[in-house]
Design a protein around this ligand. Structure first.
Ligand code: UDP
Length: 480
């Protein structure tokens, strides 16, 4: 097709992430890949609050200024500036999105593209269930992007079956009881591996209701983008295709983008895409550590731990004798005020073998040769980033899809250890020692195989490249 011949008018896609770190990060990667297509106008919709943070802590504005067809646009999330937007107040954020962002989004789509060409297509996070209703009303096609894992998403889709079969709410308190109503996962999925919201006794719980609404909306959209590759998630993708036939598995997006930039001789990403200031001093500290001697500890952008859990992790880490780089995000400890005292008590051991930062350049950290393991909350981005760098994991999942992800890490992909629901210093010490020794080598073999398949998928003719090209063609074909 000759895209330059009139009356062809270039497509204009509006990308609408859930306003949280993980979704923003991988949707920005997709946005840049779409910019590289050359003829697609791309608008990235941030909340005012997150956009201010991105401008403060990153050079994204200047990075994207390389793409004349790209621009950021902002919208209210309905919360005051000083609202913490932390996981314990997520209900407020969801409420703001539905009551304030939703009507503003509709107005934005109705008014066309402002000073730009009209929006011809929307890519929205799967959790933004209202976006499809708005897009349908305005007459604009919408593709959903699920930034959680495909295995996690498939369990979301099976929630109604689990309820019908009486498997949730759980009868009795045996969390090791096997689960039978998630096709393809019989045999290894236990109650404790289901998404965290399945532990509710109240089926009217807003989170389980949101997940079920998401599963009703997503199959009604024009297609579904996933941050994975066929060879990692083949069986789960087959199940998902039975409900959403038009899937675009285009991942792993962070590597896909780096590779694509490389082939177009565009310099590698210089800027972070974080809502927190990255502390790069840890890179110099890592440079001074022996190869594969350090465990990287991070629970991502939302998870929190109690003071008791912090103490157990700290003792487990220190007693393991392994060097560690620990991200202690602001507001990640419940009752943070008394952390100072613990910090003092354990500071000697920390000084000897540890480095603490409040936010790390994670992709760079995982790629550093001194890193030998990752103690993670099993967020989907973190899991893919670790997999691609061949860093084996100890998984301590916190919520949503993370419980499923950690089970897949240990039982399906065999690239790490799952310690979910355990936070005891002796166990943590042993698991870290195991990971940094013989078990780590075993896991690295599986990772080498998987990351090689991932690289093939983003090479010329690979599955993720073909899926991205198909997505680009579909966006080009969208007309209002
Ligand atoms: N991240 C980072 N620095 C940190 C911690 C996390 O850059 O100190 C990034 C990480 O690379 C990942 C994202 O934040 O891309 C977290 O996403 P994930 O899906 O793993 O977990 P979430 O934060 O959504 O729970």
């Amino acid at each position: 097709m000759d895209h330059q011949t009139p009356p062809y008018s270039p497509p204009h896609v509006l990308i609408f992430p859930l306003p949280l770190q993980g979704p923003i990060k991988c949707m920005l990667k997709l946005a840049e890949l779409l910019c590289l297509a050359g003829d697609i106008d791309v608008t990235f919709l941030n909340t005012h609050h997150n956009h201010r943070r991105l401008l403060r802590y990153t050079a994204l504005d200047s990075r994207f200024s390389a793409y004349p067809q790209f621009r950021f646009q902002t919208i209210s999330d309905g919360l005051s500036d000083d609202h913490p937007r932390s996981v314990d107040r997520l209900g407020d954020l969801l409420n703001g999105l539905w009551t304030v962002t939703n009507p503003n989004f509709k107005e934005m789509l109705n008014s066309g593209g402002g000073d730009r060409r009209p929006v011809t297509g929307v890519i929205a996070d799967g959790a933004l269930t209202f976006a499809l209703d708005v897009a349908e009303e305005v007459g604009i096609p919408l593709i959903y992007f699920e930034t959680i894992s495909p295995c996690g998403l498939w369990t979301y889709f099976c929630v109604h079956k689990l309820i019908e079969a009486g498997e949730i709410p759980f009868q009795g308190d045996d969390l090791d009881a096997p689960i039978q109503s998630v096709p393809g996962m019989e045999g290894f999925l236990r109650r404790r591996d289901l998404p965290s919201f399945c532990r509710t006794t109240d089926l009217n719980d807003p989170v389980i209701q949101l997940a079920m609404r998401e599963c009703r909306q997503v199959p009604r959209s024009r297609g579904l983008i996933l941050n994975t590759f066929e060879d990692l998630d083949g069986p789960v993708l087959s199940h998902l295709r039975s409900l959403c036939p038009n899937l675009y598995p285009v991942g792993p997006l962070h590597t896909h983008l780096k590779t694509r930039l490389g082939t177009q001789s565009i310099p590698p990403l210089a800027s972070s895409d974080s809502l927190w200031q990255e502390d790069k001093s840890c890179m110099a500290w890592l440079d001074a550590q022996p190869s594969r001697s350090v465990i990287y500890v991070s629970i991502g952008s939302l998870a929190m731990m109690s003071m008791e859990q912090l103490v157990e992790f700290w003792h487990g880490l220190v007693n393991s004798g392994v060097r560690f780089l620990w991200v202690r995000r602001p507001n990640s400890i419940v009752g943070e005020d008394s952390v100072g005292q613990i910090q003092e008590e354990l500071s000697e051991a920390t000084k000897e073998r540890g480095c603490l930062v409040s936010w790390a350049p994670q992709e760079e950290v995982l790629a550093h040769p001194a890193i030998g393991g990752f103690l993670t909350h099993s967020g989907w981005n973190s899991t893919l980033e670790s997999l691609m760098e061949g860093v084996p994991m100890v998984c301590w999942p916190y919520f949503v899809d993370q419980h499923v992800n950690s089970r897949f890490v240990s039982e399906v992909w065999k690239i790490g250890i799952d310690i979910k629901d355990t936070c005891e210093r002796g166990v943590i010490e042993k698991m870290i020692k195991d990971l940094m020794n013989a078990k780590g080598d075993e896991f690295r073999q599986s990772m080498d195989r998987l990351s090689k398949l991932a690289r093939e998928s983003i090479d010329v003719g690979g599955s993720s490249v073909c899926n991205l090209n198909r997505l680009i063609e579909d966006i080009r074909s969208m007309k209002v």
